[in-house]
Design a protein around this ligand. Structure first.
Ligand code: BES
Ligand code: MN
Ligand code: MN
Length: 464
C-alpha cells in the first residue's frame, strides 16, 4: 500500500500549485472591501473538498461569511473526526513592509527553510495548514486508506472573532457530532523538536475612549489648565501594571490557574534558548511579569497589552493642540478558569474608576473567548503523539501556546468534544505580520503526518 510520504512525493508540485492559487485570493475578513474575495475563497475550498473525495459538501450561510462543510461517512459505527480550519486571513498591512506583494505568493529559500518557504498572507495562518487536511483526505480516499468518518468545517470569520460560527455550532449539534476535533492552526517548536499544542489562551478585547474638552484646543492658551486626554489615557494605561509587571485590575488574578511546581518543572524541560529568542527579535532583554520564565509568561500567565493608540495631531510637522479625544485598543490574554466576560466587566469597572475628574471614559468591549487546555491522557492525544513519532521519529513535546482560537472552548461546551491541536507552523512564520510564510517542508510533513492520526485514532478507539 502506498504510504502518505510516497503520495506526497508523487503529488507535491500539484499540492503546492493548489495552495498558491488559494493564497492569491485576498480573503481578508476584517475589511468589507474584500467581501467578494472572501466568498470566492469559500467556493474554492468547497471545490477542493469535493475533489478530495467528500461525499457531501455545502456552503452554509451565516449572518456573516459562509462555513464550508464537508463530510465522508464510510460507516456510522466508526469514529468521526471533525477537522476545523479557517479560510479567512488577517489584513496584509503595512503592505510597504512586505518584500513581495502579500497576495502574489512566491517561493523563497531562506536560512531557516533551505527547502523553500511560500511567502503570502495566510500561508501559515491558516490556508496552508488548513489545506494540509484537504490533501491528507485526498491521500486517504484515493488510496483507500480512510479508516473512519471525517467531517470538515472551514470558516471565514476566525480572524474577526468567529462571531457567527457560535450560532451555527449551537444550531447544528447533531450534524457536527464527532469523537474528536482536529485543528492545524498553531505552531510547533522546530523540526528537531516537534510539539503538540496543549493549551490556548482566552481573550478579552476592548476599545477605550477618553474625552477631555469638547473640542481641540490651542495648547498654549489652554495647556496646563484642562485635562489632556492623551496624557490622561497614557497615565491610566501605565497604571494597569505595577513595578513587577503584575496587572493591577482588582480581581484580575482571582481565578487564574496556578500550576504546581512539578508542572512548571515539566514545562521548563522544553528546549528554549533565550539568546536565539532575543536575537531573532533584536532585543537586548526579555521583559515581563516578575517570577515567571519567558515560556511561562507567554503561555500560562495572563497579559494586558495595548494594540493601538491614537489621538491628536500625527501629521507632518508640528501642530500645537490639546486634543479633545484619545483612544486605545487593549487586549487581555487569559488563562484557564478566567472567564472572558467577567474579566471584561472587571476592566470596564476599573477603567472607569481610575479616570480622573475632568475626563470622561468610555469602554467598548469587542470580541473575546475562553482559554483551553487539551488533556494528554486521552486516546486522541496518544494517537497524535504516535503519528508524530512515525513521521518525525521523535515523541512530540506537549506545549501550551499563547495564542487564542476561541471556538475551541465553544466546541467543548456545545458539542462536548475535545480538540487536538496539531500545528505545523513556527513562531518565526510571521503570522499577522509582513512577510508571512510557511515552510514547504512543514506543509508536506503535515500532509504526511495527518493520515497517521486518523489511523491510530481509529485503531485505539476500536481496542479501547
Ligand atoms: N491561528 C491563530 C491562533 C494561534 C496562532 C494560536 C499560533 C497559537 C499559535 C488564530 O488565527 C488567531 O490569530 N487568533 C487570534 C484571536 C482571534 C479571536 C482574532 C489571536 O490569537 O490573536
Ligand atoms: Mn489561525
Ligand atoms: Mn490568525
Amino acid at each position: 500500500m502506498q504510504s502518505s510520504k510516497e503520495y506526497v512525493e508523487q503529488h507535491k508540485n500539484r499540492f503546492l500549485n493548489e495552495l498558491i492559487e488559494l493564497l492569491k485570493i485576498p480573503s481578508v475578513s476584517a475589511d468589507s472591501a474584500f467581501s467578494q474575495d472572501v466568498i470566492n475563497t469559500a467556493e474554492v475550498v468547497e471545490k477542493a473538498l469535493v475533489n478530495a473525495g467528500c461525499d457531501l459538501v455545502e456552503l452554509c450561510e451565516t449572518d456573516g461569511y459562509p462555513i464550508v462543510y464537508g463530510e465522508k461517512i464510510i460507516d456510522p459505527s466508526l469514529p468521526t473526526v471533525l477537522v476545523y480550519g479557517h479560510y479567512d486571513v488577517q489584513p496584509p498591512d503595512p503592505v510597504e513592509l512586505w518584500d513581495s506583494p502579500p497576495f502574489e505568493p512566491v517561493i523563497k529559500e531562506t536560512e531557516e527553510h533551505p527547502e523553500g518557504a511560500i511567502f503570502a498572507r495566510g500561508a501559515s495562518d491558516d490556508k496552508g495548514q488548513m489545506y494540509m487536511h484537504v490533501k491528507a483526505l485526498e491521500f486517504m480516499v484515493k488510496t483507500d486508506q480512510l479508516p473512519c468518518n471525517v467531517k470538515f468545517m472551514i470558516e471565514g470569520e476566525e480572524e474577526v472573532g468567529s462571531v457567527n460560527i457560535a450560532t451555527y455550532v449551537a444550531n447544528n449539534k447533531e450534524k457536527l457530532k464527532n469523537d474528536v476535533i482536529l485543528i492545524s492552526d498553531t505552531g510547533m517548536i522546530s523540526k528537531e523538536f516537534p510539539s503538540i499544542t496543549t493549551g490556548l489562551r482566552g481573550l478579552s478585547y476592548v476599545e477605550v475612549e477618553v474625552t477631555g474638552p469638547n473640542r481641540d484646543l490651542h495648547s498654549g492658551l489652554y495647556g496646563g489648565a484642562v485635562a489632556n486626554p492623551i496624557n490622561i489615557l497614557t497615565k491610566m494605561i501605565a497604571s494597569l501594571h505595577d513595578g513587577d509587571n503584575h496587572i493591577t485590575i482588582p480581581g484580575f488574578y482571582d481565578k487564574v490557574e496556578e500550576l504546581s511546581s512539578e508542572e512548571r518543572a515539566e514545562m521548563a524541560k522544553a528546549p528554549f534558548d533565550i539568546n536565539t529568542y532575543q536575537n531573532a527579535l533584536e532585543i537586548e532583554s526579555v521583559y515581563g511579569e516578575k517570577g515567571y520564565t519567558t515560556n511561562e509568561r507567554n503561555s500560562i500567565r495572563p497579559t494586558l497589552d495595548v494594540n493601538g493608540i491614537w489621538g491628536g495631531y500625527t501629521g507632518e510637522g508640528a501642530k500645537t493642540v490639546i486634543p479633545s479625544k484619545a483612544y486605545a485598543k487593549i487586549s487581555m490574554r487569559l488563562v484557564p478558569h478566567q472567564d472572558w466576560k467577567e474579566i471584561t466587566e472587571l476592566f470596564v469597572k476599573h477603567f472607569n474608576e481610575i479616570a480622573p475628574k475632568g475626563a470622561k471614559v468610555k469602554v467598548t468591549p469587542h470580541h473575546g473567548g475562553q482559554g483551553y487546555v487539551t488533556p494528554i491522557d486521552t486516546i486522541a492525544y496518544q494517537a497524535a503523539s504516535k503519528a508524530y513519532e512515525t513521521t518525525f521519529g521523535k515523541t512530540p513535546i506537549p506545549q501550551r501556546s499563547g495564542g487564542s482560537i476561541p471556538i475551541v472552548s465553544l466546541f467543548e461546551e456545545e458539542l462536548g468534544s475535545k480538540t487536538i491541536l496539531m500545528g505545523f507552523g513556527l513562531d518565526s512564520n510571521a503570522i499577522h505580520s509582513p512577510n508571512e510564510h510557511y515552510g514547504l517542508w512543514y506543509y508536506y510533513k503535515g500532509i504526511e503526518t495527518i493520515p497517521y492520526f486518523f489511523k491510530y485514532f481509529t485503531e485505539m478507539m476500536a481496542s479501547k
